[in-house]
Design a protein around this ligand. Structure first.
Ligand code: E4P
Length: 218
Protein backbone atom coordinates (compact mmCIF):
# COMPACT_ATOMS: atom_id res chain seq x y z
CA UNK A 1 0.00 0.00 0.00
CA UNK A 2 1.28 3.43 -0.89
CA UNK A 3 1.12 6.25 1.66
CA UNK A 4 0.45 9.77 0.40
CA UNK A 5 0.11 12.81 2.62
CA UNK A 6 -2.89 15.08 2.02
CA UNK A 7 -1.49 18.55 2.61
CA UNK A 8 0.14 21.55 0.96
CA UNK A 9 2.13 22.33 4.11
CA UNK A 10 5.85 21.88 3.41
CA UNK A 11 6.73 21.24 7.03
CA UNK A 12 4.15 18.44 7.31
CA UNK A 13 5.44 16.90 4.07
CA UNK A 14 8.98 17.06 5.51
CA UNK A 15 7.85 15.37 8.76
CA UNK A 16 6.08 12.58 6.86
CA UNK A 17 9.07 12.15 4.57
CA UNK A 18 11.40 11.81 7.55
CA UNK A 19 9.42 8.77 8.69
CA UNK A 20 10.72 7.06 5.55
CA UNK A 21 7.34 5.73 4.48
CA UNK A 22 6.04 8.54 2.30
CA UNK A 23 5.26 7.72 -1.32
CA UNK A 24 3.56 10.89 -2.54
CA UNK A 25 1.41 13.95 -1.86
CA UNK A 26 -2.12 15.06 -2.69
CA UNK A 27 -3.27 18.66 -2.56
CA UNK A 28 -6.48 20.45 -3.42
CA UNK A 29 -7.45 24.12 -3.78
CA UNK A 30 -8.67 24.27 -0.17
CA UNK A 31 -5.36 22.90 1.15
CA UNK A 32 -3.44 25.42 -0.99
CA UNK A 33 -5.65 28.24 0.33
CA UNK A 34 -5.00 27.05 3.91
CA UNK A 35 -1.29 27.72 3.29
CA UNK A 36 -2.09 31.19 1.87
CA UNK A 37 -0.79 30.25 -1.59
CA UNK A 38 -2.50 32.53 -4.13
CA UNK A 39 -1.77 33.69 -7.68
CA UNK A 40 -0.71 31.48 -10.58
CA UNK A 41 3.06 31.92 -10.13
CA UNK A 42 2.94 31.23 -6.42
CA UNK A 43 0.72 28.19 -6.94
CA UNK A 44 2.93 26.75 -9.69
CA UNK A 45 6.04 27.45 -7.62
CA UNK A 46 4.54 25.72 -4.60
CA UNK A 47 3.72 22.61 -6.64
CA UNK A 48 7.29 22.61 -7.96
CA UNK A 49 8.68 22.73 -4.41
CA UNK A 50 6.44 19.85 -3.30
CA UNK A 51 7.32 17.79 -6.39
CA UNK A 52 11.01 18.24 -5.55
CA UNK A 53 10.51 17.05 -1.98
CA UNK A 54 9.07 13.62 -2.80
CA UNK A 55 10.08 11.12 -5.44
CA UNK A 56 6.52 9.83 -5.91
CA UNK A 57 3.36 11.28 -7.40
CA UNK A 58 2.08 14.73 -6.41
CA UNK A 59 -1.53 15.57 -7.25
CA UNK A 60 -2.20 19.15 -8.37
CA UNK A 61 -5.80 20.13 -9.10
CA UNK A 62 -7.23 22.08 -12.03
CA UNK A 63 -9.55 25.00 -11.30
CA UNK A 64 -11.31 25.20 -14.67
CA UNK A 65 -14.50 23.19 -15.12
CA UNK A 66 -14.76 23.36 -18.92
CA UNK A 67 -12.90 20.89 -21.13
CA UNK A 68 -10.65 23.41 -22.85
CA UNK A 69 -9.72 25.13 -19.59
CA UNK A 70 -9.03 21.85 -17.81
CA UNK A 71 -6.80 20.63 -20.62
CA UNK A 72 -4.88 23.92 -20.71
CA UNK A 73 -4.29 23.86 -16.96
CA UNK A 74 -3.46 20.14 -17.05
CA UNK A 75 -0.74 20.72 -19.63
CA UNK A 76 0.74 23.57 -17.57
CA UNK A 77 0.68 21.50 -14.39
CA UNK A 78 2.19 18.44 -16.07
CA UNK A 79 5.06 20.62 -17.31
CA UNK A 80 6.11 21.45 -13.72
CA UNK A 81 7.70 18.06 -13.01
CA UNK A 82 7.42 14.46 -14.21
CA UNK A 83 5.84 13.37 -10.91
CA UNK A 84 2.92 15.80 -11.12
CA UNK A 85 -0.45 14.05 -11.46
CA UNK A 86 -3.32 16.23 -12.68
CA UNK A 87 -6.33 16.12 -10.41
CA UNK A 88 -9.61 16.42 -12.32
CA UNK A 89 -13.10 16.61 -10.79
CA UNK A 90 -15.67 13.89 -11.50
CA UNK A 91 -17.89 15.81 -13.88
CA UNK A 92 -18.76 15.08 -17.52
CA UNK A 93 -16.15 17.51 -18.87
CA UNK A 94 -13.66 16.09 -16.39
CA UNK A 95 -14.23 12.60 -17.71
CA UNK A 96 -13.52 13.78 -21.24
CA UNK A 97 -10.39 15.57 -20.02
CA UNK A 98 -9.17 12.39 -18.29
CA UNK A 99 -9.68 10.36 -21.45
CA UNK A 100 -7.71 12.83 -23.54
CA UNK A 101 -4.90 13.31 -20.99
CA UNK A 102 -4.55 9.54 -20.60
CA UNK A 103 -4.18 9.24 -24.38
CA UNK A 104 -1.41 11.86 -24.18
CA UNK A 105 0.37 9.92 -21.43
CA UNK A 106 -0.41 12.46 -18.68
CA UNK A 107 -1.24 10.93 -15.30
CA UNK A 108 -4.62 11.86 -13.75
CA UNK A 109 -6.36 11.60 -10.40
CA UNK A 110 -10.16 11.68 -10.65
CA UNK A 111 -11.30 13.50 -7.52
CA UNK A 112 -14.55 14.10 -5.63
CA UNK A 113 -15.75 10.53 -6.15
CA UNK A 114 -18.65 9.47 -3.93
CA UNK A 115 -20.26 6.50 -5.70
CA UNK A 116 -19.24 3.20 -7.35
CA UNK A 117 -20.76 4.43 -10.62
CA UNK A 118 -18.49 7.49 -10.64
CA UNK A 119 -15.49 5.24 -9.94
CA UNK A 120 -16.46 2.94 -12.80
CA UNK A 121 -16.58 5.91 -15.18
CA UNK A 122 -13.18 7.14 -13.97
CA UNK A 123 -11.66 3.72 -14.68
CA UNK A 124 -13.27 3.52 -18.11
CA UNK A 125 -11.84 6.95 -18.96
CA UNK A 126 -8.41 5.60 -17.99
CA UNK A 127 -7.70 7.62 -14.82
CA UNK A 128 -4.42 6.71 -13.13
CA UNK A 129 -6.01 7.19 -9.70
CA UNK A 130 -9.56 7.46 -8.43
CA UNK A 131 -10.14 9.36 -5.17
CA UNK A 132 -13.17 8.18 -3.18
CA UNK A 133 -13.75 10.56 -0.23
CA UNK A 134 -14.42 8.34 2.80
CA UNK A 135 -14.67 10.96 5.55
CA UNK A 136 -17.09 13.21 3.72
CA UNK A 137 -19.43 10.22 3.20
CA UNK A 138 -19.16 9.31 6.89
CA UNK A 139 -20.00 12.96 7.66
CA UNK A 140 -23.40 12.52 6.03
CA UNK A 141 -24.05 9.22 7.82
CA UNK A 142 -23.12 7.04 4.82
CA UNK A 143 -20.58 4.21 5.01
CA UNK A 144 -17.45 5.57 3.35
CA UNK A 145 -15.56 2.27 3.73
CA UNK A 146 -18.27 0.41 1.83
CA UNK A 147 -17.51 2.63 -1.16
CA UNK A 148 -13.86 1.53 -1.10
CA UNK A 149 -14.97 -2.12 -0.92
CA UNK A 150 -17.42 -1.68 -3.83
CA UNK A 151 -14.80 -0.02 -6.02
CA UNK A 152 -12.23 -2.74 -5.20
CA UNK A 153 -14.72 -5.44 -6.22
CA UNK A 154 -15.70 -3.68 -9.45
CA UNK A 155 -12.12 -2.94 -10.50
CA UNK A 156 -11.04 -6.51 -9.74
CA UNK A 157 -14.00 -7.92 -11.70
CA UNK A 158 -12.70 -6.28 -14.86
CA UNK A 159 -9.01 -5.84 -14.13
CA UNK A 160 -9.09 -2.05 -14.34
CA UNK A 161 -5.59 -0.71 -13.62
CA UNK A 162 -6.90 2.56 -12.07
CA UNK A 163 -5.45 2.79 -8.57
CA UNK A 164 -7.86 3.31 -5.67
CA UNK A 165 -6.60 6.28 -3.66
CA UNK A 166 -8.60 6.33 -0.43
CA UNK A 167 -9.07 10.02 0.43
CA UNK A 168 -10.73 12.25 3.01
CA UNK A 169 -9.15 10.22 5.80
CA UNK A 170 -10.11 11.29 9.31
CA UNK A 171 -8.45 8.72 11.58
CA UNK A 172 -6.25 5.64 11.74
CA UNK A 173 -9.12 3.17 11.33
CA UNK A 174 -9.83 4.65 7.89
CA UNK A 175 -6.23 3.76 6.97
CA UNK A 176 -6.39 0.24 8.44
CA UNK A 177 -9.76 -0.55 6.87
CA UNK A 178 -8.56 0.78 3.49
CA UNK A 179 -5.57 -1.55 3.75
CA UNK A 180 -7.80 -4.51 4.69
CA UNK A 181 -10.02 -3.89 1.69
CA UNK A 182 -7.05 -3.47 -0.62
CA UNK A 183 -7.02 0.21 -1.57
CA UNK A 184 -3.83 0.79 -3.56
CA UNK A 185 -3.06 4.12 -1.88
CA UNK A 186 -4.22 6.07 1.13
CA UNK A 187 -3.84 9.83 1.34
CA UNK A 188 -3.97 11.10 4.88
CA UNK A 189 -3.37 14.23 6.92
CA UNK A 190 -0.20 14.00 9.04
CA UNK A 191 -1.96 13.24 12.34
CA UNK A 192 -3.60 9.90 11.45
CA UNK A 193 -0.31 8.84 9.84
CA UNK A 194 1.64 9.61 13.03
CA UNK A 195 -1.09 8.01 15.14
CA UNK A 196 -0.39 4.68 13.42
CA UNK A 197 2.85 4.61 15.41
CA UNK A 198 1.26 4.58 18.82
CA UNK A 199 0.19 1.77 21.08
CA UNK A 200 0.14 2.01 24.90
CA UNK A 201 1.64 -1.49 25.21
CA UNK A 202 4.59 -0.39 23.07
CA UNK A 203 5.22 2.57 25.39
CA UNK A 204 4.79 0.46 28.54
CA UNK A 205 6.94 -2.36 27.14
CA UNK A 206 9.76 -0.04 26.15
CA UNK A 207 9.67 1.70 29.53
CA UNK A 208 10.07 -1.69 31.26
CA UNK A 209 12.87 -2.87 28.96
CA UNK A 210 14.82 0.32 29.62
CA UNK A 211 14.15 0.23 33.38
CA UNK A 212 15.31 -3.44 33.61
CA UNK A 213 18.46 -2.61 31.63
CA UNK A 214 19.17 0.40 33.85
CA UNK A 215 18.66 -1.61 37.06
CA UNK A 216 21.63 -3.85 36.23
CA UNK A 217 23.76 -1.59 34.08
CA UNK A 218 23.28 1.72 35.84
C1 E4P B 1 -8.18 14.19 -1.66
O1 E4P B 1 -7.27 14.15 -2.46
C2 E4P B 1 -8.61 15.39 -0.94
O2 E4P B 1 -7.56 16.34 -0.98
C3 E4P B 1 -8.87 15.17 0.51
O3 E4P B 1 -8.59 13.87 0.93
C4 E4P B 1 -10.14 15.75 1.00
O4 E4P B 1 -10.24 15.51 2.37
P1 E4P B 1 -11.22 16.31 3.34
O5 E4P B 1 -12.57 15.72 3.20
O6 E4P B 1 -10.63 16.10 4.69
O7 E4P B 1 -11.18 17.75 2.90
Amino acid sequence: MKFFIDTANLDEIRQARELGVLDGVTTNPSLMAREGIAGKNAIMGHYARIAEMVPGDVSAEVIATDLEGMLREAHELAEIAPNIVVKIPMIAEGLRAIKQLTAEGIKTNCTLVFSPGQALLAAKAGATYVSPFIGRLDDIATDGMQLIADIRLIYDNYGYPTQILAASIRHTMHIIESARIGADVVTTPLKPLLNLLHHPLTDRGLEKFLADYKRLNG
